[in-house]
Every structure is written in structure tokens, then in C-alpha cells.
Design a protein around this ligand. Sequence first.
Ligand code: ATP
Ligand code: MG
Length: 353
Amino acid sequence: MTQNFHIALIPGDGIGQEVTPAALDVLDVVCKKHDLNFTYDEFDWSCERYLREGSMMPADGIDRLRDHDAIFLGAVGRPEVPDHLSLWGLLIPIRRRFHQYVNLRPIKVFDGVESPLRGAVPGEVDFIVVRENVEGEYSEIGGRHNLGLPEEMAVQEAVFTRGGITRIVDYAFELAAHRKGRLTSATKSNGIVHTMPFWDEIVRERAVEFPGVRWNQEHIDALCAKIVLHPGRFDVIVGSNLFGDILSDLAAAVAGSIGIAPAGNINPSREFPSMFEPVHGSAPDIAGRGIANPLGAIWAAAMMLEHLGLPAAASDITDAMAAVLAKTDLRTPDLGGTATTAEFTAKLVEYLR
Ligand code: ATP
Ligand code: MG
């Protein structure tokens, strides 16, 4: 029996508009194979819209997304629009209103892709960063002050709640229990003396509930060094909003190109839609040339299928990605090749058929 899914599509700006159609081409083939019917509502929310109409999305934007099974986002960003406007005008409201408190970023060194690191062996490097996505360091609390003191100052507060830490830590332990059974918690409790010890304490408490998972904690600075030196040793890494953000870009670079990396903004209760996107931005330097690597978007589509309860369809996509990279020389320029987005996508589609 055909299963129906209704997806909200936000291609966004720059290469977001080039990689989104690539992901849809791949989804089309997989849907036919697995008897799935995906329908799409497309929204032109973007920095382009911001420049035209003064906002990234309409005032009722969130409500218009609510009834979809998932949201697929290309990328938003324009050189003329400050990054914080696109972030706070679209991404953060969606993450917060839909309780997408988990940001999942899988990292894999594929056979046939060269990592900048000598120690990053294909097949060995396969881990996932679980980033807290709605609280922590990214808060509006604080301000700029000029109290008549000789120095101007700025204060930025980080907000960590017991419930917020507990749910992200539980999610990470649960995920580790279903993978290789290893969890690393990113901390900095030697320097950040209130929030990080609170984080560490909750990780220790929750660990008791997951006796099958071996866990440890690492200070963020040392952890960054270890990811560079021994990327094959990790399974699941859990971090706060800021630490998770930094770790996932570092890890994406380890995997060979930011163009490969996907992200899922997950609402684990499934009360609201989750959102899937490539990690990269709008890449204005290559936009319009048809040479963007579509793999990040395509892998994000696979994560979306997985979240929708379609693991066989999801692994069809990731298997095809691995096979095309391992068995052909076809590469977009970011991976050292000369293929266009369309050529690479066509090869994947051919393989999937
Ligand atoms: P934004 O402001 O939207 O974040 P950005 O340029 O700051 O854009 P990215 O879009 O992530 O950040 O781009 C960083 C670099 O990586 C750029 O040189 C870009 O061309 C390159 N890049 C990003 N994504 C891809 C991709 N899918 N394929 C090829 N190169 C990419
Ligand atoms: Mg940027």
C-alpha cells in the first residue's frame, strides 16, 4: 500500500536552490521503488525574500509548516544580509517552536573521498555529533553596556536547564546504545564554572541508566585536538549548542568537504515536524554555476526518510552514495573533480534505478 508524506520545501538562497532539486530527483526514484508518495509545498523563504519584503518568512510562517511530516531546507544566506538575521529570522524560530532540540550531524569518511587528515581512514571514521539545538550559549540574554566606566562592555548569558540537558543527553546515550556503545560528552568545566559542571553532573547521573554505553567527557579544546588526531575513535559525541556547532563543522571538514555533511533538526516526540538540511550555507562564491556538491542535501534527504520510519529507503540512498564515490571517478570540484551537480546527481539516480 502506498504511504503518503507531505513535505515542506524551503530551497532558500544560492546553492540551496541547486542542491534541493538534486535531493528531490533522488527522492523521486526511491519513492517509486518503495511505493511512497511524497507531495511538496514549496516556500520561497530566504534572504532574497528578506531583501524584497523585509522578512525571511511571513508572520504566520511557522503555522504554515506545522501540518507537514517534515521540512527540507536548502540553505539560506546572502552576502548583503548579516548572518544573524537569517539565523534569527528563520532557522532559530523553526528549531525552537517545533522543539527540534536535537541537531544530528553524522560524519563519515567515504571510500573514494580524500580527508585532509592522514589518520582518517575510510570505513573507520564513522561518528555522529549530537548538538543541543535550542538553549545554551545561543541566547538573547545580555547586552552592550556603557556604564560610564572607562571600558565599554558586552554581557552574554548562556541558559542551561536541567530538562534541556537531560533530554539531549538521554537522546545521545540512547543513540550510542544502538550504535557502537560509546559516548563522549564535550565540556569545559575547568574554565566555565557554572553551566558546564551542571552539564557534567547530569551526564554522570544519566549514565547510570545506560549501563551498556561506555562514556567519557573531554574538554572541548582537547576534544578538537583528538578528533583531528584520532577521528576513528569516536562513536557519538554530545555537546551544547556552541560546542556542538564547532565540533560538527570541524568533523565535516575531516570527512573531506563541507559539501557532503547533512544535518537533522529533530523533534524526538514527533509532535512537530523535524527539519533536514545540508550543513553548508548558500556558498555565494559558487552559486549559479551548477557545480555545488549535492551530497549533503541528498544525505539529508536520507536522514529525513529514516526519521519518517523508512530505514530501507534511507539506506538505499546512503548505499548509492557510497557506491558512486567508491566505484566511479565522478566528483564535483570541491572533491577534486570536474562534474556538475546535475551530472553527479544523474549518476546517483542511475545507480539507484
Ligand atoms: P552562508 O553565508 O550561507 O553561510 P558561506 O559562504 O559563509 O555561506 P558556506 O556556504 O558553507 O558558507 O561555504 C563555505 C565554503 O565551502 C565556500 O567556499 C563554498 O563554496 C564551499 N561549499 C559549501 N557548500 C558547498 C557544496 N555543497 N559544494 C561545494 N562547495 C561548497
Ligand atoms: Mg556563513
